[in-house]
Design a protein around this ligand. Structure first.
Ligand SMILES: Cc1cc2nc3c(=O)[nH]c(=O)nc-3n(C[C@H](O)[C@H](O)[C@H](O)COP(=O)(O)OP(=O)(O)OC[C@H]3O[C@@H](n4cnc5c(N)ncnc54)[C@H](O)[C@@H]3O)c2cc1C
Length: 350
C-alpha cells in the first residue's frame, strides 16, 4: 500500500517537532516540510520551566537548570524558590541538530528550503506554522540581548523581570538576565509595546544598564527578537490545520511556548497516526481568559511594574511556574487571584 502524504509549512519548532513525533510513532507517512528560508534558524535558546522528576523527551539535551528566579523594580525585589519546578535552558542548536539527525534517517522525510508557501494549498494533511502577520498581534515583545563575558562572578539565579519600569519612549520594559556559567551571561532588554520596532532605542538603553552594572565586558553574541502576544484564532487565513504559535499553542500573555508546542505536537502526531480528524476551529476558552489578562495589562501598562512585583509576592513560586509552562484554566486562576481585582474587572467594561 502507498504511503500517505503529510505536508508541514515551516521548519521551526512546531513543524519539526510534529515531524519528529510522527516518525517516532511510525514511518508509514511521506512527510515534507516547506521552509521559506534557505536554512533552519538554530541560533536561539529556549528557556522554560520543567517539573522535577517528570519525564521530558529531550532531558538529555538540557544544558543548564536554575532553582531560583527574581523580580525587581528600581525600589524593591522578590525572590522565588521552587521545590517542584526548575527553569531550564535548551539550546535550539542542540535540539534541532538532534531532531534533524533523527529525521534524516528516514527516506520518506524531506525538507524543501527556499520555498515560501502562499495562498491556498490543500492536499490531505497540511499543517501550517507560518508566522502570524504583525497587524494581528495584540502586543509585541521586542528585545535585544547580549551574551557577554565579564570579570565578575555571576549570581546563580535567573532575573526574569528585573528593574521593571514604564517610560513613554520604551513603554513597559525590564531586564532578563541568564547566568550561563561563572563569568558569562545573557543580558536582555525587553520591551512590551504596540509601537513600531525600534531596536536602536532598546539597544541604547541596554548598553547604559550594562555599563552601570559592569565596568567592562566582551560581547560574544547579539540577539534581536520580536515575539507576538495575544491570541489570534478566528482572524487567521490558514492553510490546512494551524500549529505552533499560529494555533495558540502558547501562553499568549507571556510569549512562552516551548512546553505547549511540545505537548500539542505529540498529541497531533498521535492523532495523525490513529487516522483521527482535526477540528479546525477549536474553542480555546483558556486563551480567551489569558487574552483578557493581557488586555488588563495593555490598559494599565504604566502601573504594571508595581502590579507585577506585588503579584510575584502573592503567588506561590510553584503556581507561577505552572502558569508560565501550561495553557489551561487551572494554572490561570492563582495568577488572576493575585491581580488587583479592580483593574481586572474594569477592563471587562472597556
Ligand atoms: C528570539 C526568540 C527567542 C525565544 N525564546 C523563547 C524561550 O526561551 N522560551 C519559549 O517558550 N519561547 C520562546 N520564544 C517563542 C517561541 O517559542 C518561538 O517563537 C517558537 O519558535 C514558536 O514556534 P513556531 O513553530 O510556532 O514558529 P517558528 O519557530 O517561528 O516557525 C515558523 C517557521 O515557518 C517558516 N515560515 C514562515 N512563513 C512561511 C511560508 N510562507 N512558507 C514556508 N515557511 C514559512 C519560518 O521561516 C519558520 O521557520 C522565542 C522566540 C524568539 C523569536
Amino acid at each position: 500500500m502507498e504511503n500517505k502524504n503529510i505536508e508541514i509549512i515551516g521548519a521551526g519548532l512546531s513543524g519539526l517537532l510534529l515531524a519528529y513525533y510522527i516518525f517516532k510513532n511510525t514511518n508509514k507517512f511521506n512527510v515534507t516540510v516547506y521552509e521559506k528560508n534557505s536554512s533552519i534558524h538554530k541560533n536561539k535558546n529556549f528557556c522554560f520551566w520543567l517539573e522535577k522528576n517528570k519525564k521530558f523527551e529531550f532531558s538529555e539535551l538540557i544544558s543548564k537548570k536554575w532553582k531560583n528566579w527574581y523580580f525587581s523594580t528600581p525600589n524593591d525585589f522578590v525572590f522565588h524558590k521552587s521545590d517542584l519546578f526548575e527553569y531550564v535552558l535548551l539550546k535550539n542548536d542542540d535540539l534541532l541538530s538532534f531532531i534533524l539527525g533523527e529525521l534524516n534517517r528516514f527516506n520518506n522525510f524531506s525538507i524543501i528550503y527556499d520555498n515560501e508557501i502562499k495562498g491556498n494549498y490543500n492536499t490531505g494533511y497540511v499543517f501550517d506554522s507560518r508566522n502570524v502577520e504583525r497587524n494581528n498581534w495584540k502586543l509585541s515583545q521586542i528585545f535585544v540581548g547580549y551574551e557577554i563575558q565579564t570579570e565578575y562572578k555571576n549570581e546563580d539565579y535567573v532575573t526574569l523581570l528585573g528593574n521593571m519600569q514604564y517610560c513613554p519612549e520604551l513603554k513597559f520594559n525590564f531586564n532578563y538576565i541568564l547566568p550561563i556559567d561563572d563569568q558569562s551571561l545573557f543580558f536582555e532588554k525587553t520591551v512590551f509595546t504596540n509601537d513600531d520596532l525600534n531596536y536602536e532605542l532598546i539597544e541604547e538603553q541596554l548598553k547604559i544598564e550594562l555599563l552601570s552594572k559592569y565596568s567592562s565586558f566582551d560581547i560574544k553574541k547579539i540577539e534581536y527578537g520580536c515575539i507576538p502576544m495575544g491570541y489570534f484564532n478566528e482572524k487567521m487565513n490558514n492553510i490546512g490545520i494551524p500549529i505552533g504559535v499560529r494555533a495558540g499553542h502558547y501562553r499568549s500573555s507571556s510569549g512562552y511556548s516551548f512546553h505547549t508546542i511540545n505537548k500539542n505536537m505529540k498529541i497531533y502526531a498521535d492523532k495523525i497516526c490513529l487516522g483521527k480528524s482535526f477540528n479546525k476551529k477549536p474553542i480555546h476558552f483558556q486563551n480567551i481568559i489569558d487574552d483578557h489578562f493581557l488586555k488588563t495589562f495593555i490598559l494599565n501598562m504604566d502601573q504594571f511594574p508595581e502590579v507585577f512585583l506585588n503579584m510575584s509576592r502573592k503567588i506561590k513560586p510553584n503556581d507561577f511556574a505552572k502558569f508560565m509552562s501550561s495553557v489551561n484554566l487551572l494554572s490561570l486562576f492563582p495568577m488572576i487571584k493575585a491581580l488587583p481585582k479592580k483593574i481586572f474587572l474594569n477592563s471587562f467594561m472597556l
